[in-house]
Design a protein around this ligand. Structure first.
Ligand code: FPP
Length: 231
């Protein structure tokens, strides 16, 4: 059922505030990340039911997240692995196509294998494309694209060349970026793809972000007047 006059084709999320959500409730940060991972699965399912939305990108692990204590990093890795293993059938049934953005070579071998398998086995699915940013940085994404072009013999590059060599290709530029927890920063996420995006910064922490919140964001987006630098 179409509720709004327009929808983003590509929606992106910086899932922020897991630890603050937990701290406020007297829970450990691990529980915060666990709830965050559950929310991610919920939001993927909800988005898959909105046919106008074709691509969803999520910032799951940044290149800066390695600076956290090893125990926390390992806990996030476990959640990524768990998500793919335990929701495999569910994701398949709703026709999700997974794309991994970032350099996964630094991850534990088993985790790499699980990610590669999820991407490989879903590559012909025709539903929502989920771009999962894992060990991802927006500047590195651009540098990587340019280096690929140079390797293929390019003497100079166009904007379109770069777009076509980003991790998220063939997803178009992002229409709507949502960063939860009230922080109003891009934090090196998909810099090239965000050039003309609408931004929405709800105060709520990621583990509390639900269908109602998503609908609110979509409603706000549907009322935005996008001019792309024109009139
Ligand atoms: C931000 O909250 C969240 C992260 C750094 C990682 C995102 C991880 C998840 C949603 C869970 C696992 C991921 C997958 C793909 C299953 P924060 O830790 O920065 O919290 P804070 O801003 O309150 O400190």
């Amino acid at each position: 059922m179409k509720k709004f006059a327009k929808y983003p084709t590509h929606i992106a999320f910086i899932m922020d505030g897991n630890r603050r959500w937990a701290k406020r409730r007297g829970l450990t940060k691990y529980v915060g990340h666990e709830k965050g991972a559950e929310r991610l699965v919920d939001i993927i399912k909800i988005l898959s039911e909105i046919p106008e939305i074709k691509y969803a990108s999520f910032f799951a692990f940044s290149t800066e997240n390695w600076n956290r204590e090893k125990k926390e990093v390992d806990a996030i890795f476990k959640l990524v692995t768990y998500m793919f293993e335990n929701h495999e059938k569910e994701f398949k049934d709703i026709n999700i196509k997974f794309v991994c953005m970032g350099d996964i070579k630094r991850f534990p071998t088993e985790m790499q294998e699980i990610i590669i398998k999820a991407v490989e086995e879903s590559k012909n699915n025709t539903g929502l494309t989920v771009n999962l940013a894992l060990n991802y940085g927006g500047r590195a994404d651009i540098v990587n694209a340019v280096n690929k072009l140079i390797k293929n013999g390019a003497q100079s590059v166009t904007e379109e060349d770069i777009s076509k060599n980003l991790y998220s290709y063939p997803a178009p530029d992002i229409d709507l970026l949502i960063r939860t927890s009230g922080e109003q920063r891009v934090s090196n996420f998909m810099l090239y793809q965000l050039a003309y995006s609408e931004f929405y910064f709800p105060k709520i922490h990621w583990p509390s972000f639900n269908k109602r919140q998503l609908n609110k964001a979509l409603k706000i987006y549907s009322k935005r007047n996008r001019r792309f630098g024109g009139n």
